[in-house]
Design a protein around this ligand. Structure first.
Ligand code: HEC
Length: 312
């Protein structure tokens, strides 16, 4: 009996409910927008002294600021012609060099010899990119692209998948430019596969809302932003290794409850400096790691598998 009733008005109710959700959703967005943008505009008008009208308006904050641009829908940019990524043009190599300085020299060193400041504590050592010895994935275009996509398990070499494919290709060409040795012929099949995979990857620009709106939403949805423990501020190690306390606090808060010191060391080192920690992390000894983690987590974690190569 009951089942029959449910099945007769169920779909209708569902339709109604989803329509209602849609309307409510738009209403909330609208109200949030009004709550944030209107006061900002008013504030701005009040803050700005009546500017002489013959002068061009100075760039202002408020929503003329890019970060405060009105909400916009996401879109997919058309994919780049992959052929433009397959040859080492000066532009690509130059872009690769810039990215290499940002993301790679801490381990691979300025010239790619595998002797960056982080290399001392790493085992296995970062690859010497200028010589053809001991490459695990190999130094063909497709090989290096794979290395950047997946990283190398069991080593400090992380995945750089978060970089757009075009940037990863720029890095591939720059890495190859570092070594004057013969990189050998490409495997035509693998190259064709890579070319077509690049062709199918357009770039997705996500939906955008003003930063202030995003912040309010976050504040409304979440508990207060994590902070580092009060005792951390006075700790010498913390001061040496934390560059951005609030980002570092988020990194700490996102810590797996079961991770041991050694895996935290690897993860935090690999994530620096975007995760709020300085790349100076790579110079810490095992003891220092233990102290740092204890101070930041406010608890004593087991060491786990030795921090690679680190420690006295
Ligand atoms: C945290 C240190 C670290 C950073 C940062 C790092 N690498 Fe590595 N990389 C390593 C280590 C360690 C290895 C050697 C892994 C092994 O032998 O298992 C390696 C190996 C490699 C290899 C050789 C792969 C092979 O086939 O053997 C390439 C190519 C490479 N890295 C490129 C890069 C590029 C490009 C960047 C920057 C986008 C980068 N690495 C950033 C540590 C790092």
């Amino acid at each position: 009996m009951k089942d029959e009733r449910k099945s007769t008005w169920g779909p209708e109710a569902e339709r109604l409910a989803s329509r209602y959700a849609l309307v409510a959703g738009s209403a909330v967005t609208f109200v949030l927008f009004g709550l944030i943008v209107t006061p900002a505009l008013l504030r701005e008008r009040r803050a700005r002294p009546a500017a002489p009208s013959d002068q061009p308006a100075a760039p202002t904050a408020g929503w003329l600021d890019q970060a405060e641009a009105p909400p916009s829908h996401g879109k997919d940019l058309p994919p780049i012609d992959p052929k433009t990524l397959m040859t080492a043009t000066p532009q690509l190599v130059g872009r690769g060099q810039t990215l290499f300085k940002q993301h790679c020299v801490s381990c691979h060193g300025d010239a790619g010899h595998g002797d960056g400041p982080a290399s001392a504590t790493l085992n296995p050592k970062p690859r010497n990119l200028t010589a053809p010895d001991n490459w695990k994935n190999g130094y063909r275009v497709t090989n290096i692209f794979t290395t950047l996509a997946t990283g190398i398990k069991g080593s400090g070499m992380a995945s750089f998948n978060y970089l757009p494919p075009a940037d990863r290709m720029a890095l591939v060409h720059y890495v190859r430019s570092l070594g004057g040795f013969d990189h050998g012929p490409e495997d035509p099949k693998a190259l064709a596969a890579l070319t077509s995979s690049l062709a199918s990857q357009g770039v997705h620009i996500p939906n955008r809302i003003p930063v202030s709106m995003a912040i309010r939403k976050m504040v409304a949805e979440q508990a207060p932003a994590p902070t580092l423990p009060a005792t951390a501020a006075s700790n010498e190690l913390v001061r040496r290794t934390v560059v951005d306390p609030s980002t570092a606090a988020r990194t700490v808060a996102a810590t797996d409850a079961h991770a041991d010191v050694a895996s935290l060391a690897r993860a935090w080192t690999a994530g620096a400096p975007q995760n709020g920690f300085s790349t100076a992390l790579v110079g810490l000894s095992a003891d220092e790691w233990h102290t740092l983690v204890s101070v930041l987590l406010g608890e004593d974690r087991p060491m786990g598998r030795a921090v690679d190569g680190g420690g006295p």
